[in-house]
Design a protein around this ligand. Structure first.
Ligand code: SF4
Length: 183
């Protein structure tokens, strides 16, 4: 199958790419406008470029970074509920992935967001399926969480930059402020 794989970062690409490319022709897609601040975005992007060139992966990039729009929408959603914010974030990335997959004639799309146990796995699955019906490209669902430890190990051994938070400034605050605020 010609599979279009959205990748959220280099560490999360490691084991999924290895396993999926055993059975499929995989093209990797970078589209992650949710990483803040911008220097962190560039750091992850650089790590991704370096790793994908090392493993000779075929990659397509969408480097759009609509910061104001992103913050406007996600700040409103965050005030209601963090889950809504993440739903929007998943849907935005998967929608763009599915559109690109259809435009380029891939058989199916999927995402490395299905790897990390701390992501909202069932929501990602549900959104992937909804978008698949809307766009008309199959969503290739696979529970990648069983590859998570292997991915961590591969990323460590490869010396890839491993970020400390999911991506948006809210997730950075959750990780570094809410868990350990200055008194
Ligand atoms: S926590 Fe992660 S998935 Fe949720 S909105 Fe922020 S970057 Fe997106």
């Amino acid at each position: 199958m010609q599979l279009f794989l959205h990748a959220c970062c280099a560490p999360c690409l490691t084991a999924p790419y290895k396993h999926l490319s055993h059975e499929h022709h995989v093209t990797v897609f970078w589209y992650n406008p949710n990483i803040q601040p911008y220097r962190e975005y560039l750091r992850r992007l650089r790590a991704f470029r370096e790793y994908t060139s090392r493993i000779n992966a075929e990659v397509i990039y969408d480097l759009s970074y609509p910061l104001e729009k992103w913050l406007h929408i996600t700040s409103q959603l965050s005030m209601q509920n963090n889950v809504l914010r993440c739903r929007y974030c998943y849907a935005d990335r998967l929608y763009k992935t599915a559109l690109k997959a259809r435009e380029m004639g891939y058989d199916a799309f999927t995402t490395t967001l299905l790897l990390a146990p701390y992501q909202k796995h069932e929501i990602i699955r549900e959104i992937g399926q909804i978008i698949s019906q809307k766009i008309g490209v199959p969503f290739y669902y696979i529970d990648m969480r069983e590859w998570f430890d292997e991915a961590e190990d591969m990323a460590r051994k490869a010396g890839i930059y491993r970020q400390g938070y999911c991506g948006c400034i809210y997730s950075e605050a959750d990780r570094y402020w809410r868990e350990n605020p200055e008194k």
